[in-house]
Design a protein around this ligand. Structure first.
Ligand code: UDP
Ligand code: MG
Length: 321
C-alpha cells in the first residue's frame, strides 16, 4: 500500500487551548530534519474554550495541521474514530493534547513498527505524573484485570500515546468509551502483534483532567461488553442457550423432586408438606422462568446478529491470485 504521508499524528482535544501552541512546537522540534512527511490531525471534541480559534491561528504557522470540530462533546473515542478515518499516514500516532505525552517518543514508536513489524505499539507511563490515589493505583488494578480478560500483556492499556500501522486503525471501530481498549479491538480484528514502549510522562501543565473516578466503573462494564462481544457476538445462542438450559433443568429437576417426594410420602401415609409451602419450590419456579427467558433472549440475539453488517466481515492478511 502507498500512503500519502509517513506519519499521521492524531490529537483528540477538549478544552486544551493553552497547551496547543506548545504541543505543535514540540512536535515540530521532534520531527524536523528527519525528512519525514507528517500531518497533525486535531479533533476538537466540542470545546467551549478558545481551542478552535487557537487551531485556526496555528494553521498559519504549521501547515501540516488538519482539523475538524465537533458540534458538541462526543467523547475521546468519537474523536479518535474521526481521526482514524482521516489518517493518510503509513504510521498513525495518537497522543493527548495536554502536553502529558512527549512527541519525542514518536520516532522510536515508528521505528518499532517498521523494523519489528508490530501492528500496534502502546506507551507505558511507568513514571506516571498523576494523582497517586485517584489515578495511579486504580490504574494498576484496572490494567491487571484488563490483562487477564484480554490476554494482552500490556501494563498501560489506556495510554493515550500509541502507534499503529495504518491498516489497523482502518480495521477497527472505536465507539462509546472503547478508546480504553483499542489494543483489544485490534487483537479481535486479527492484529495481535502488539508491542510496548516505556514513555516519558509529564504533569498536566494547563487545564484539568477530563476523566473522573467513574471511568473505572464504566471501564469495567465496557471490558465485560467487549469480552462478551468478542466471544459470543457471532454465536449468541451458545451463551444464552447454554445458561438458559442449565437454569431450566435445575428448576425442573428440583420441582419434579419436590412433587415426587410429596406424592411418595402421601402414598405411604407419612407426614408431608404441601409443595406450595416449600420455599425451594418457588426458587425452582423462578429458575425455570429465567431459563425460558434466557433461551428466548438467545433467539432474539441470533436474529439481531444475523442481520448485523459485521456477520461476514473478515480481515484478509494475504491473498494469492
Ligand atoms: N478528551 C477529548 N474528549 C473528551 C475528553 C478528553 O478529546 O471528552 C481529550 C483531552 O483533551 C486530552 C485527552 O483526551 O487530549 C486525554 O484526556 P485527559 O488528559 O483529561 O485524560 P487523563 O490524562 O487525565 O487520563
Ligand atoms: Mg492527561
Amino acid at each position: 500500500m502507498n500512503y500519502n504521508k509517513d506519519i499521521s499524528i492524531i490529537i483528540p482535544l477538549y478544552n486544551e487551548a493553552e497547551s496547543l501552541p506548545e504541543l505543535c512546537k514540540w512536535i515540530e522540534q521532534s520531527l524536523q530534519g528527519k525528512g519525514l512527511d507528517y500531518e497533525i490531525i486535531m479533533i476538537d471534541d466540542g470545546s467551549n474554550d478558545k481551542s478552535w480559534d487557537t487551531i485556526k491561528e496555528l494553521k498559519n504557522t504549521f501547515s501540516q495541521i488538519k482539523a475538524i470540530r465537533f458540534r458538541r462533546n462526543y467523547g475521546k473515542s468519537a474523536a479518535l474514530y474521526k481521526g482514524f478515518e482521516m489518517a493518510e499516514g503509513a504510521i498513525v500516532i495518537t497522543m493527548d493534547a495536554d502536553l502529558q505525552d512527549s512527541p519525542e517518543e514518536i520516532l522510536e514508536l515508528r521505528r518499532m513498527i517498521l523494523e519489528n513489524d508490530y501492528d500496534l505499539v502502546s506507551g507505558w507511563k511507568l513514571n506516571r505524573q498523576d494523582n497517586a490515589l485517584t489515578k495511579n493505583l486504580p490504574s494498576k488494578l484496572y490494567n491487571a484485570t484488563a490483562r487477564l480478560v484480554t490476554g494482552i500483556k500490556l501494563h498501560d492499556m489506556n495510554c493515550g500515546l500509541k502507534a499503529y500501522k495504518n491498516e489497523v486503525v482502518k480495521s477497527i471501530e472505536v465507539y462509546g468509551e472503547m478508546h480504553r481498549y483499542i489494543p483489544y479491538l485490534a487483537k479481535n480484528a486479527g492484529y495481535s502483534n502488539i508491542g510496548e514502549k516505556l514513555v516519558a510522562h509529564q504533569k498536566r501543565k494547563y487545564g484539568v483532567s477530563k476523566f473522573g473516578i467513574n471511568r473505572f466503573i464504566n471501564g469495567a462494564l465496557d471490558l465485560i461488553s467487549l469480552w462478551f462481544l468478542s466471544t459470543f457476538a457471532k454465536k449468541p445462542m451458545h451463551f444464552f442457550g447454554f445458561s438458559g438450559i442449565l437454569m431450566f433443568l435445575i428448576g425442573f429437576c428440583v420441582s419434579v423432586y419436590l412433587i415426587a417426594e410429596k406424592l411418595y410420602k402421601q402414598c405411604i401415609n407419612e407426614y408431608f408438606r404441601p409443595v406450595t409451602e416449600q420455599p425451594l419450590f418457588y426458587i425452582a419456579l423462578v429458575s425455570i422462568i429465567l431459563g425460558v427467558m434466557l433461551f428466548l433472549s438467545g433467539f432474539l440475539a441470533e436474529l439481531i446478529s444475523r442481520s448485523s453488517q459485521e456477520r461476514n466481515k473478515y480481515n484478509i492478511k494475504d491473498e494469492i491470485k
